[in-house]
Design a protein around this ligand. Sequence first.
Ligand code: PEP
Ligand code: MG
Length: 563
Amino acid sequence: MKEFTGAGASPGIAAAPVNIIGHERPKVSSPDDPTSALAEATAAVAAELTELGSKASKRGQGEAAGVLEAQSLMAQDPMIVDTVMENLEAGASFDDALNQTSDHLTEMFRAIPDPYLAARADDVGEVIDRICWRLSGEPMPNAVSLTEPAILCARLLTAAETALLDPDLVAGFATEEGGPTSHVSIIARSMGVPAVVGVAGLMDGAESGLNAVLDGSTGEVVFDPDEDTVAEFRGRARREEQARLSMQKYRGVEVSFGDQPMAVSANVGNASDVERAVAQGADGIGLMRTEFLYMDRLEPPTEDEQVEIYVGALSSFHHTVTIRTFDIGGDKPAKFMNMEAEENPFLGIRGVRTYGAYPKLLRTQMRALLRASVHGKLAIMVPMIATPAEASEVKAILEELVVELADEGHEVGSYEYGVMIEVPSAALLAEQMAPIVDFFSIGTNDLTQYTMAADRMNTALEHLHDPLHPAVLSLCRMTAEVGQRHGKSVSVCGLAAADPLAASLFAEMGIDKLSVAAPSVNLIKSTVAELNVDEVRSAAVELRAAGDVEEIRRSTLNTLLDS
Ligand code: PEP
Ligand code: MG
């Protein structure tokens, strides 16, 4: 039995044999005619990638489709075949020529100063892996072609790979790298696939075919578990299933904390997430992360393409659908934006800070949002706001576009305008920001990262990257109080909203909406509905004096929630 611990990234228990993703490459023997073998293999791989891309796009997985489309173009690029032929002419064996080509091209991409192009090194490597598998005549082992349930183990999964996972066959996954708020974890949560990330040493212990169990809440991964461990995990799975079934009674039910209604809405990134949110009876959408529509594409989505996506989401709900303008930067790059390499991308040109350099991109998105507004209750939200001036500038662009669209004869409905509170300065200036906006939405993932100066991707800083830290809760409380004074709604859409303890504290602060991954909607509805308001209030008063996060996690409130 080999035990590992990482960060729980998506709750749930999984038990299945291990399937290692990706990184081996088969040995390829020399064909009689290398030129025609390479031509056949690259054409077949390009066609396969295009097919996978259109499958992804039909499933509403735009970001995965973009990656696959780009990889298909790479497979057709003569640079791969030309480099293999040069290596053959220099005397390498066919297998060595392929490996040298992969090393050479990935190194070449990695050396490009533009971080987004450099990040394509992994794509070239993946494409050459596929070509080698094709040349070997063996089927390539990958997440997409699973036929039996498995726990996937990998150093890192790409967003595209994650979005393509079939939740019926992927019992769960574990990766050596990544943090619980990285976009791969966000996708896993919205699909309801149990996941553990940032597991040090994972790939040294993983072996395809080995039995494994994992717990996506505690971050435990066990290979070759003994009978007692299997029984223990089975017990946890049974309890989770019972809890999930009992929560279903809250599906579609409106809940409140005392006499304060609490909307529990969903976080989504694509059309399949919208369907899952509808299926769970979410009170609308509290955060649509639109940057997923832009990532890993060669061209940004057009205005009409975006109108269709936004109308799809708006017409799925009677409740408010909050769509966030693109939050590109940090761990969410877009390859068509040739942004300068930055020392600290999370502290650099990200979210609203990209809008000055890409005005057309912003205007196209806002026009699409405004055109879609007649199809439902739209709220437009802006990420990474640090100052009231930024909030006013973006609002002015929206107002100008309303006039432009009306002049062109487009119908524009009403909409709400709000900002994310995820930079400490925005929380500290909420009072000055309140007259500009209709609502605030607290992004605890970034608010924690920026308040605690702890990179959300760095698993070694998990102890600091805790949204229940009193410093973070204090900024949330300040924002909630400003909202109440000005009669503006304040929601939380970071990962913390899905933690029952944090959700209880948010309810007590007067926050009126919690937005979580679709599979957590009814857990949070049941938590809020079943809270004893007086007990929560008195526990929360005590906790205001807490100086560290352990005090909060050990509080009586946590015990009340467990009972
Ligand atoms: C957040 O920062 O909490 C948030 C919801 O935004 P994202 O995770 O997309 O940065
Ligand atoms: Mg954020």
